[in-house]
Unconditional design. Structure first.
Lengths: 546, 316
């Protein structure tokens, strides 16, 4: 009865685990041999423990106003180290290009002058904020945290589905998923060298501190949340706790004289960096929606005055717009002079009348996405839509083609998932998270694999009630290490690397005799490198007693 | 520490203590109904409801009403279930300062309430009371074991202590005010968890003035009014310490400290006979002290966050 994966159906799409029935792909061989002997019931029993852990810890996602546990599937997703290094490079490359683009949009605008991207694309975007023009962040970083959504197509190649540069959520589940999995399936971790994810909060805090206004030696970072009713509140609390920073709401902040402070029991305390998880529109009632009660009035002026850093920067939305997405490969070539490592999904802009007509004619074979939508809202998947939806869609597209892009449907890859005590294929995507500290873009090894739990469902989104999987990036095997030579405490070895290449500029005078004499005796007694040392030493200092 | 978080911790302390004390009181009450053959159920229930601040017409009062109001009412923070939910809601907003264990313990408690309620309806409420006592002990135990002794801790203990003063005073009032439907002193002692310490202290025989004295004035029993006031005063003194450093020389710095300190001094330096002679008035005073102190704490520490109204230019 055992044999968990028997009868697992393989479809047209790429399957993450199996190349052919019963034949796991290389990164999965260990997982396969560990799980295969288990029965569905045993795995289901462990899955119950897993979900109980989540309920107890209050790992939730507020969906449609209700606090719900975020389902975690027990079968992990595994990514080999070679595949991962492609993702890592591709994501970092994209982040650098988009950073450059944002700096350009809110600065000189060369990309428009060079006719790479039409200016209208940016100025018609709802996320372009004039208020951010000329606001140069202290260390130049606008995209402190990003989540680049990837999917794997039928050929097994990762493609970028969309960029999230505003406040991508989900990283807390990456951290809690790992913690829960290690407690429920410890033996699996014993057999694999899975790269850890717990570093993330530390990396994020370092990046936030690095972005503090100049001249602040020990910056105070706060995490600004819309409050407990926000869908990602769990994440805000977890990150604040693990970074050891205050989790503030808009009403906790006060801005006066261009300085942002928080109200504490000891009076007001200065704030230097705000990692905000509030949309631009709600951030500052002075500049944006004046009816916002979750923001803090005056915070943008304080940022313009260079007194506080807002992370991620205001106005990043122009660069993760679904329409701009179609230009990102060009931006990578333009700013970095490189070819994109990760390709886009095949996408059509509706800017030419011919394209619009062609799209309208083939609505039933395309995926239409609203440019401003996020979280899977408003997407119409042509091959699955009924007549009426398509007719309504055609009317909307004809009236404002700028609001839509058309994509050829991608057969999202599938991954084995525990459904009602049985393993079945479900569609997955991947959101790697990248942290930019100004000198380096660090990609969290793993990222969030989201899984669409209803059979055949293609929209994989936590706001659409999806689940997630722990995502394992397997470390590269260590280069074979020679057995360490037996340690001999009496032996001190020097190599030429131990010596500074440049001779010291000033002669420090005769070295301290005792220590030097002692070490030299040992050298004489033991090593043949003595000659080199003496030569160097003598040559460099000119005075070594040798 | 953020004012909003401080307020949450203060109220977590109050709500968890309230759930604990209410569970103890109800447990004794339901046992008494079963054990005492001469009890007038209606009057006992009406008294209890009035005492806990949820009066109802005497003819409607019965055990079911008592349990519905004081144990199962999810909407009211005076009921066990409501208080625990409110504590958990506060903890949800303060998750980054509470230790993960405290949060988890409150969350598990909250999640288990529906099941506990069903169990209580089926097998009698005792299991629920036991569960609540254990869970609140766990929350405070975890706080004791995992929280730094910083402001957060002080606010939590302050809330707990003030709530305890209030609840013990209420419990004493039942005995003093209710006349012949009143529970015996033994029961009053039991419902504040003081019965066994009392017996060990006075070696047997429960005597009315001794029992009242014990619950009001004992320095060593942690649930006595005096001990709780002293604890609250200690927290306030610690919280106000900055003012002492800054050279505040007359009296105490905060209004809350003054209110609590005065009540404590009254108990400490007044003769026991004098207190007992006017017990009803004293108890009433103590309850008012608690609400005044709570208000003063709010004004002093939490109102930094008075809601702010933003009027855009031109919309004036």
């Amino acid at each position: 009865m055992a044999d968990l994966f028997d009868g697992y159906p393989l479809g047209q799409q790429w399957d993450e685990m199996f190349a052919a029935p019963g034949q796991p792909r290389a990164p999965y061989t260990g997982l396969f041999s560990s799980l295969q002997p288990m029965s569905g019931e045993e795995l289901a029993a462990r899955a119950d423990v897993l979900s109980q852990t989540y309920r107890d810890a209050g790992v939730t996602f507020a969906h449609a106003g209700e606090e719900q546990p975020f389902p975690l599937d027990i079968v992990p997703r595994v990514i080999g180290h070679q595949e991962w290094s492609v993702i890592e490079r591709g994501v970092a490359q994209r982040v650098w290009a988009l950073e450059a683009f944002l700096a350009d949009v809110y600065g000189a605008g060369e990309v428009f002058a060079d006719r790479i991207v039409p200016r209208s694309v940016v100025t018609t975007s709802a996320h372009f904020h004039r208020a951010a023009h000329g606001l140069v962040p202290p260390n130049g970083v606008r995209v402190h945290v990003s989540g680049i959504d990837l999917v794997r197509d039928e050929a097994g190649d990762f493609r970028v589905l969309e960029d999230n540069l505003r406040s991508p959520s989900g990283v807390s589940y990456v951290i809690t998923n790992r913690a829960a999995m290690t407690s429920v399936l410890p033996e699996l971790f014993g057999d694999h060298r899975v790269q850890p994810v717990a570093e993330y909060p530390g990396r994020l805090l370092a990046a936030l501190k690095a972005s503090a206004p100049a001249g602040v030696s020990d910056p105070t970072v706060v995490l600004l949340t819309p409050g407990v009713y926000n869908s990602a509140y769990f994440e805000h609390a977890l990150l604040a706790r693990q970074m050891g920073v205050e989790l503030v709401e808009g009403r906790d902040l006060v801005c006066s004289g261009g300085q942002v402070s928080m109200r504490t029991t000891d009076g007001q305390q200065r704030v230097d960096v705000i990692y905000r998880r509030i949309d631009d529109e709600f951030l500052d009632p002075v500049h944006f929606r004046s009816d916002s009660v979750i923001g803090c009035a005056g915070v943008l002026n304080a940022a313009r005055a260079g007194r506080v850093t807002i992370a991620n920067a205001v106005g990043n939305g122009v660069a993760d717009d679904k329409l701009l997405y179609t230009w990102v490969p060009d931006l990578i070539r333009y700013y970095l002079g490189e070819e994109p490592v990760l390709a886009n999904a095949e996408t059509h802009r509706l800017d030419e009348p011919d394209t619009v007509e062609w799209v309208l004619a083939s609505l039933d074979q395309l995926v239409l996405k609203p440019v401003d939508g996020s979280g899977g809202k408003g997407i119409v998947i042509g091959p699955r839509a009924d007549e009426r939806t398509l007719e309504e869609l055609a009317v909307k597209v004809r009236s404002s083609p700028r609001d839509w892009i058309a994509q050829a449907p991608i057969g999202l890859s599938t991954s084995p998932t525990l459904i009602n005590g049985r393993i079945a294929p479900r569609h997955v995507d991947l959101r790697p998270f990248a942290v930019n500290d100004g000198t380096d873009v660090w990609v969290l090894p793993g990222g969030l694999t989201r899984v669409a739990l209803p059979e055949g469902e293609l929209v994989v989104n936590s706001s659409q009630g999806g689940g997630s999987k722990d995502t394992w990036v397997i470390s590269a095997p260590r280069p074979a290490v020679e057995p360490a030579p037996e340690h001999d405490v009496t032996r001190i070895e020097f190599t030429t690397e131990d010596l500074s290449v440049e001779p010291p500029a000033q002669d420090p005078g005769p070295p301290n005799d005792n220590a030097l004499a002692q070490s030299q005796q040992q050298q004489q007694a033991t090593t043949t490198r003595m000659a080199i040392l003496a030569e160097r030493d003598g040559g460099g200092r000119g005075s070594a007693p040798c | 520490m953020l004012s909003r978080i401080a307020e949450s911790l203060f109220w977590i302390g109050r709500y968890v203590e309230r759930a604990d004390d209410t569970a103890r009181i109800l447990d004794v009450h339901t046992q008494r109904l079963v054990e005492d053959p001469w009890i007038d159920e209606q009057r006992a229930c009406a008294n209890l409801l009035a005492l806990m601040g949820a009066p109802c017409p005497p003819e409607e009062a019965d055990t079911e009403r008592v349990l519905a109001t004081l144990a199962f009412d999810r909407a009211s923070p005076s009921s066990i279930t409501g208080a625990l939910s409110a504590a958990r809601e506060n903890a949800r907003g303060a998750r980054e300062v509470l230790s993960a264990e405290i949060w988890e313990s409150l969350n598990v408690t909250h999640n288990a309430l529906p099941q506990q309620r069903t169990m209580a309806r089926r097998y009698g409420p005792h299991s629920l009371f036991r569960f609540v006592r254990e869970r609140s002990a766990m929350v405070f135990g975890l706080a004791d074991a995992t929280m730094s002794r910083d402001e957060g801790w002080l606010f939590l203990v302050l809330g707990r202590s003030l709530e305890r003063v209030d609840m013990t005073a209420r419990m004493l009032s039942t005995r003093v005010l209710a006349g012949d439907a009143a529970p015996s002193w033994t029961l009053v002692l039991r419902s504040t968890g003081a019965y066994e310490p009392y017996l060990r202290t006075y070696r047997g025989a429960v005597n009315s003035s001794r029992a009242a004295e014990f619950l009001l004035l004992d320095r060593l029993f942690p649930r006595s009014v005096f001990a709780s006031l002293e604890r609250a005063e200690g927290c306030l003194a610690e919280l106000e310490r900055a003012n002492v450093r800054e050279g505040h020389r007359i009296g105490v710095a905060g209004e809350a400290h003054r209110i609590v300190g005065r009540a404590r001094t009254m108990l400490e330096f007044m003769q026991t006979d004098e207190i007992l002679a006017r017990l009803p008035a004293r108890l009433d005073e103590l309850q008012r002290t608690c609400s005044a102190a709570s208000e003063a704490v709010t004004n002093r520490f939490f109102t930094e966050q008075a809601p702010q109204v933003w009027v855009p230019e031109g919309a004036g």
